[in-house]
Design a binder for this molecule. Structure first.
Ligand SMILES: Nc1ncnc2c1ncn2[C@@H]1O[C@H](COP(=O)(O)OP(=O)(O)OP(=O)(O)O)[C@@H](O)[C@H]1O
Ligand SMILES: [Mg+2]
Length: 272
């Protein structure tokens, strides 16, 4: 199948720090690719390179069949509309209601008529299970609700690819599930996505494939297909088995980086 996005041999440095050293990642239409790695391994930088927020040093980024790596700034902004970005800290406009946050992009950027943009906002709020929060301001919403508004805001621009950068890591544990449920529903509807996380459980829950980054910046350690059938049941033996496979791969990536200390059995916070 033709990849929606196919990035090859991506090199990126900040000053003398090599942050990406020849990284290859790709995602096919309808697929969820998870980038799993510890803090500082370059996950956010990679996402920012893929949506052209950061220029790369060298490499190729094919998106919808076209090379985009060297796109001039103005056209990059147009291309970026095809990719919805969701951040760890939501980054909603605090002075706008949920509905206005969602309608903002279509009205300002796509010149969608206000009435139509409002209808779209209400439709998307239903989609993220917040039908009654149109008038609520971000500080009146829980973290999980704010993140779902942020997802709806990204969807409002009608992207073909969603990029999520640690979408649940700023959330209280009780609201993580509602955000993951929305991401999972979107995936089941065929939305293509790349999700950055350092949470193995979340990776196995969402991913069709997992890319494991090395602890030091810049390199991919392994790529793994995730096979438990959907919808995934965290209590199923297949889920637990898959998680153990991922943990073993992470252990191997750690062992290759540094002389092994006897760390005992794996836990669920592999990098801390
Ligand atoms: N704009 C920048 N200028 C200089 N160095 C940067 C910049 N952005 C990131 N870095 C450095 O690049 C490395 C990778 O950062 P990045 O944010 O991509 O990691 P990450 O895997 O997303 O980490 P985290 O899980 O903590 O978010 C880090 O050492 C970071 O300090
Ligand atoms: Mg990051």
């Amino acid at each position: 199948m033709t990849r929606l996005l196919d990035a090859a041999a991506i090199w990126k440095r900040f000053g003398t720090l090599e942050v990406l050293q020849g990284v290859d990642v790709s995602v096919s239409p309808g697929e969820c690719l998870v980038l799993l790695g510890p803090s500082g391994s370059g996950k956010s930088t990679l996402l920012r390179c893929l949506n052209l927020l950061e220029p790369i040093g060298s490499g190729s980024i094919m998106f919808e069949g076209r090379e985009i790596a060297n796109t001039p700034r103005k056209q990059a902004a147009l291309l970026r509309r095809r990719m919805g970005m969701v951040f760890q800290n939501f980054e909603l406009f605090q002075h706008l209601s949920a509905a206005d946050n969602i309608a903002f992009g279509p009205i300002r950027v796509k010149q969608t008529p206000v009435k139509q943009a409002r209808e779209l906002a209400h439709h998307l709020l239903r989609k993220v299970h917040l039908p009654d929060k149109a008038a609520a301001f971000p500080d009146e919403l829980s973290g999980g609700q704010q993140q779902r508004v942020a997802i709806a805001r990204a969807l409002a621009m009608d992207p073909v690819l969603m990029l999520y950068d640690e979408p649940t890591s700023a959330l209280d544990p009780e609201t993580v599930g509602e955000v993951l449920a929305v991401m999972q529903e979107l995936a089941e509807e065929g939305m293509t996505s790349i999700v950055v996380t350092h949470d193995v459980d979340e990776a196995v829950f969402l991913a069709d494939r997992i890319v494991i980054m090395r602890p030091r910046p810049g390199r991919v350690h392994a790529m793994m297909g995730v096979d438990p059938p959907r919808p995934r049941d965290r209590l199923a033996p297949a889920f637990d088995l898959m998680k153990r496979r991922v943990m073993r791969a992470i252990d191997r990536s750690l062992a290759e980086e540094q002389p092994r200390q006897d760390s005992g059995p794996s836990n669920l916070s592999p990098w801390v």
